[in-house]
Design a protein around this ligand. Structure first.
Ligand SMILES: CC(C)(COP(=O)(O)OP(=O)(O)OC[C@H]1O[C@@H](n2cnc3c(N)ncnc32)[C@H](O)[C@@H]1OP(=O)(O)O)[C@@H](O)C(=O)NCCC(=O)NCCS
Length: 203
């Protein structure tokens, strides 16, 4: 996660921040995805190790190994306890992992970011767009966030189209820092709860 995010920082009331942390700690499911557990490391590594999955994502561990993916899951379980992050996986019928969602939350700004990926066999069929819209609505409604802040690599056209299509506002560019300290230029988008409600409604 880049320290530069979110770009817009409106201090949340202490009780709002506390309610967001409590909602993160209570979360077990987001749509048809469940919380990732350490025992998912091998299956999640299998999904992530395809370059069509990992290449556009700056938040994944490097090098990407079953052990580093296990650490990535454990880090998110600790973030969940702190009320600041969640990692969800969507399981296929055979136990394979078809997608994951990485929810990062800044409770003091009532803001959050969603990252993730789908198995390449599902790309380009509208699944990501529908899933992202449902997840963004869940972050506003269930976590009680007021702002979503999203990034995408300059070359990541599907994610750019997805965010533009949902009405996120382009906010410029930041330098994202990967866990190994290397950097990547990222485009940034934001969407407030009021903007989401006006465009998509809730419920
Ligand atoms: C990003 C991702 C979740 C999007 O899911 P998806 O199911 O492939 O996307 P959709 O089919 O819903 O398409 C979203 C938009 O991208 C467009 N798109 C999809 N594939 C495209 C491609 N190869 N080239 C150009 N545009 C493409 C779609 O037309 C749609 O735009 P539109 O609504 O303006 O028509 C998925 O591609 C993925 O997992 N990518 C790898 C990881 C990644 O980039 N994660 C996001 C960064 S954290």
């Amino acid at each position: 996660m880049a320290d530069a995010l979110p770009l817009t920082r409106t201090a949340a009331a202490p009780e709002t921040a506390a309610a967001i942390r409590a909602a993160v700690r209570a979360a077990t499911q987001m749509g048809d995805s469940r919380l990732a557990q350490t025992s998912d490391a091998a299956a999640l590594h299998a999904l992530l190790s395809d370059p069509l999955v990992f290449a556009p994502i700056y938040t994944l561990p490097r090098p990407l190994t079953p052990d580093s993916v296990s650490g990535f899951i454990d880090q998110h379980l600790a973030e969940r306890e702190a009320g600041a992050g969640l990692l969800f996986v969507r399981e296929g019928e055979g136990g394979e992992i078809l997608g994951y969602s990485d929810v990062q939350v800044w409770p003091d700004w009532a803001a959050g970011e969603l990252g993730g990926a789908l198995h390449p066999s599902l790309h380009g069929k509208g699944t990501g767009g529908r899933g992202a819209a449902a997840s963004f609505a869940w972050m506003f409604e269930t976590l009680g966030l007021d702002l979503l802040c999203e990034t995408a690599a300059l070359t990541n056209v599907p994610t750019q189209r997805l965010l533009d299509g949902l009405g996120f506002r382009r906010m410029g560019e930041v330098t994202s820092v990967r866990p190994d300290g290397t950097t990547r230029a990222s485009l940034v988008w934001e969407m407030t709860r009021a903007e989401w409600a006006a465009r998509h409604g809730f419920g």
